[in-house]
Structure formats: C-alpha cells, structure tokens
Design a protein around this ligand. Structure first.
Ligand SMILES: [Zn+2]
Ligand SMILES: [Zn+2]
Length: 187
C-alpha cells in the first residue's frame, strides 16, 4: 500500500477521483426526483426500484409504495378468483383421504362413486358413497344418498335389515274392514 503515501502515483489519484465522483453522484441521486405514474407524487429517485428492461437499467415507473400495493392487490385478486378451485382441491383431498381410510385406493373409490347404487341401481348425479360394514370394515360397495340414509336408519346391521325384509315379505294382512263403504256407514 505504498501508493497511498505517494500522492503523485496514478493509483492514489485514481482513488481520490473515484471518491469525489461517488460523492457527486450520490448527491445527484438524492437530489433527483421523479413523478410516479401510480400515485402521481414526485418522489426522490431512491424511491423507484431499479429495473432492467432489455438489458437497460432504469428506475421503475411507479414508486416502491405503489409497487408494493399493486403486488398486494394481485395477491388478493388471485385468492378471490381461485376461491372455488381452492375449496374444490380441499374437498377432493378430503374425499381421497376418506377412501384411503376405508382401505380403498383413490382411483378405485372414484370408480365406485361414479357407478350405480348397490341397492336401487340408480346413478345419482352427486355420485354414490362408499359403504363399509360397520362391524367388519369390509367395503361392500357404493350406495346412493337415499339408500345410504335408509340403511343407516335401520342401524346398518344384518339383523335389522333381515328383520325389515321379513316384515315386508311376511304376507300378513291385518285388514278387517275391507269394504270402505261399510266404514263410512258405521260413522
Ligand atoms: Zn406511487
Ligand atoms: Zn340407492
């Protein structure tokens, strides 16, 4: 570092010149002001982040505050516009998780849901739901919402369902006033 002591050396002179020019430039940068195309306020050049467009470095058109606000607005708009999609993704994940918990692969579960009801054979628009034996956990198939509800109301056990079948098949007829006219006249 002998050149620092020797004031006549090119290095020392160069250092001094670059120090001076830096001071001038920085003072210029602070003094320079620019109008923001967003808020229309005239602000110091330092408030405009430098942007490189096609290899040319220049300050942005909008000030840092306006750019920040625009970024926030973009994010808000994205969340609003994609709210339905975000909800659907969550619902789909829940459905997949539900099938896996029953021991059915997501693809197989999707196939079963799109198929027909194991009891009434209808294919409801909203799809069927997997049905597992509450005691053994065996996945018996898929049911439409109506049949699923009916089965659930019967308790879902073979005993109750068999009893219900026996009831509707019993052939019993307890009617003892077959002639409606007779009933009317009695009153
Ligand atoms: Zn602005
Ligand atoms: Zn059904």
């Amino acid at each position: 570092m002998g050149s620092v002591v020797d004031t006549h050396s090119g290095t020392a002179l160069g250092d001094a010149r670059s120090a001076v020019s830096w001071a001038v430039m920085s003072r210029d940068a602070n003094d320079k002001r620019k109008e923001c195309t967003g808020c229309q306020k005239v602000k110091p050049l330092a408030d405009f982040p430098m942007r490189t467009t096609r290899g040319v470095k220049r300050p942005s058109r909008r000030c840092a505050a306006c750019l920040r606000e625009a970024a926030r607005e973009r994010q808000r708009r994205y969340r609003t516009e994609n709210a339905a999609q975000v909800r659907e993704t969550r619902r789909e994940a829940k459905r997949r998780y539900g099938a896996v918990r029953l021991g059915v692969s997501p693809d197989r579960a999707e196939e079963l849901r799109a198929g027909s009801c194991g009891i009434c054979r209808r294919s409801p628009e909203e799809g069927c739901q997997l049905y597992a034996d509450p005691e053994t956990g065996a996945v018996l198939g898929a049911l439409c919402p109506t049949c699923l509800r009916g089965l659930a109301m019967l308790g879902g056990t073979q005993e109750r369902v068999r009893a219900a079948l026996a009831f509707v098949q019993s052939g019993t007829d307890l009617r003892d006033a077959i002639d409606p006219q007779a009933v009317t006249q009695d009153r």
